[in-house]
Design a protein around this ligand. Structure first.
Ligand code: GLN
Length: 254
């Protein structure tokens, strides 16, 4: 399963966030600790989205190569600073394409999104909710993957006015109902707040010097990391963290 990370807080350079920690996202790409039997490495691509200071539309860098092979990214990561970052390394689910556009983060407007997991019974299990999306949303999916469809479902709710946490909670409930057994660790940010679900996969959160860090696996040995319990929704700003069970009554269509 892919690994993902989000940070909100005082500006930091991308290398400090993603490459330097002892169990960084870079290390999690080739030596993850908690894949729960799904894959062994996250070598099918990576992506990083960040918000430059004072800018509400994020910049993205996505490539379908192992993050450790991209010297250009390692170099730019030392010079790019941001107070809001979402990044992921990918282990493609069997049968899904290995292309730049299948790598998280997915993005529209001010939002960035990532999915760590798999939709059970893809694609037939989710044909019904997919069929209720606008046709153009389906025609413009980034890739023919479960994660890209999940982003279309989440984005549809965000565009209809749902909160970040409300959209993730609703989509996980909706997809679990038609595709039971799915692994649905979702992560979304708008650059000022973030929301993340833990649904049958690992997730941890840590408050750090004026900010918050959320990651599939703790990036270091600090005792400050808190595991997010299964079937829980985390919402956070740089100064607040809230973890609660995913509401079970939010699966209605927007
Ligand atoms: N199923 C998604 C993909 O193929 C995510 C994979 C994962 O979490 N390992 O991109």
């Amino acid at each position: 399963m892919c690994r993902h990370l989000a940070y909100l807080g005082p500006p930091r350079d991308l290398a400090t966030l993603l490459l330097d920690p002892p169990h960084s996202l870079l290390r999690q790409s080739y030596a993850p600790a908690d894949m729960r039997g799904s894959g062994t490495v996250n070598a099918d691509g990576f992506g990083v989205g960040w918000y430059p200071d004072g800018v509400t539309t994020p910049i993205r860098y996505r490539r379908a190569v192992p993050i450790w092979t991209d010297a250009a990214f390692a170099a730019l990561a030392r010079d790019v600073r941001s107070g809001a970052v979402l990044a992921a390394v990918r282990s493609a689910t069997v049968g899904m394409p290995i292309v730049d556009t299948a790598c998280a983060p997915f993005a529209t407007g001010r939002w960035l999104f990532s999915h760590n997991g798999v939709v059970a019974g893809w694609p037939h299990s989710v044909a019904a909710p997919a069929g209720r999306l606008p046709v153009t949303d389906l025609l413009t999916l980034d890739a023919s993957t479960d994660s890209a469809l999940l982003w279309a479902l989440v984005r549809h709710r965000l565009a209809a006015g749902a909160s970040l946490g409300g959209a993730l909670g609703a989509v996980t409930a909706q997809v679990q109902a038609c595709a039971p057994g799915s692994r649905l660790n979702l992560l979304v940010t708008d650059g000022t707040e973030l929301a993340a679900t833990a649904v049958h996969h690992a997730l941890a959160v840590r408050v750090v010097d004026g900010g918050v860090l959320v990651c599939s696996e703790p990036t270091d040995q600090s005792p400050d990391w808190e595991p997010v319990p299964d079937c829980h929704l985390l919402t956070a700003t740089p100064s607040t963290v809230d973890v609660a069970p995913i509401p079970v009554t939010t699966a209605e269509e927007p």
